[in-house]
Design a binder for this molecule. Structure first.
Ligand code: TRP
Length: 331
């Protein structure tokens, strides 16, 4: 039997290069070797967007189109919608019985996010979303979770929850491993490319937009004239070159340090490489834009499979917790 991977995204709009480097790319590489489950975490999106639920229907489809466009293959992978798998909500409740509130309060990713959003008070669902994320991962007994390093605290909590559950009630859950993926910087040089920081290049951006955004990226502030000596280690554009134009990066590093290539030239080369990579993705996306019924069918089929998995796990969970009072239905 293949080992299982679970990973996914909050549907908050179109996906960007940060998602690509941070997990989409590895999903496509691993989907044949592993049984890949991809969660569209719409309930988790509500933890910060509860006042804008009307956006979810289109955002769920935008994310799915991006998945299909980058090459996640619904023939092998299971793409599903979190809110349509009731077993995830059930598990969240059961886990919440033994997760101390202080552990959640000290979660560094929650703290950073709360500060970024300017939250003065933390809502129960927001504070508790890492518990729900543990349910996302364990409802299908996933072994591996490819995520960016900002998600590491959530994975550590998931492992603790699985371990604790198994100690308390018996060996039912799989303790998953994180596969930490690189984080991509934002165009403004901040540590993470993100929609909310408005520093992202989207997978669906047209070629001119990609060039325009690359031109706007921050570079080494010490370089004003073309022959000023560069410091590629602190340059965002160099970080992108290393990621997307790896063959050229060593040479670029040398000539940048000697002031033998200007930032404008460097940026044009980067935009060209990005556009070459993105063009087939844009084309495939356009196909799904025109065939939205296929997108919905893929989501329905994936969600059905996820619910079947969830039902199996919940039967085991309730049996272990001795709350299967009338036996397991169908068993
Ligand atoms: N928290 C993740 C993010 O913000 C999304 C997510 C929800 C997720 N459930 C998951 C990631 C389960 C991995 C596994 O990007």
């Amino acid at each position: 039997m293949k080992k299982r991977i679970l990973t996914g995204d909050r549907p908050t709009g179109k996906l960007h290069l940060g998602h690509y480097v941070g997990s989409l790319r590895s999903r496509v590489e691993l989907q044949h070797e592993y049984d890949l489950f991809v969660i569209i975490a719409d309930v988790q999106a509500l933890t910060t967007n509860w006042d804008r639920p009307e956006q979810l229907a289109s955002d769920v489809r935008e994310v799915t189109k991006d998945y299909l466009a980058v090459g996640i293959d619904p023939g092998v992978a299971t793409i599903f919608i979190q809110s349509m798998v009731p077993q995830i909500a059930e598990l969240t409740i059961f886990y919440s019985m033994f997760v101390p509130v202080n552990v959640l309060r000290h979660n560094p990713t929650i703290k950073t996010e709360a500060a970024q959003k300017g939250y003065k008070e933390l809502n129960y669902g927001f504070l508790g979303y890492p518990v729900s994320q543990a349910a996302d991962i364990t409802f299908c007994k996933a072994h591996l979770v490819p995520v960016g390093k900002d998600q590491k605290p959530h994975l550590e909590l998931t492992r603790k929850i699985a371990r604790r559950f198994n100690e308390l009630y018996g060996e039912v859950l799989v303790e998953p491993e994180a596969m930490i993926q690189p984080l991509l910087k934002g165009l403004d040089g901040s540590t993470k490319m993100s929609k909310s920081l408005d520093n992202a290049i989207y997978l669906s951006d047209p070629a001119e937009e990609v060039l325009r955004k690359v031109k706007s990226a921050v570079t080494d502030p010490a370089r004003i004239r073309i022959d000023d000596l560069g410091h590629p280690r602190i340059c965002t554009v160099f970080a992108y070159q290393k990621e997307f134009n790896a063959g050229f990066a060593p040479e670029l590093e040398k000539i940048c340090k000697k002031g033998q290539i200007g930032c404008v030239d460097c940026k044009h080369r980067l935009a060209a490489v990005l556009n070459e990579m993105l063009e087939p993705i844009r084309q495939k996306r356009a196909y799904y834009e025109a065939h939205i019924d296929e997108v919905d069918d893929i989501l329905r089929a994936g969600t059905k499979r996820a619910v079947e998995e969830g039902a199996r796990t919940l039967a085991d969970v309730k049996h272990a917790m001795q709350i299967d009072y009338f036996g397991t239905p169908g068993a």
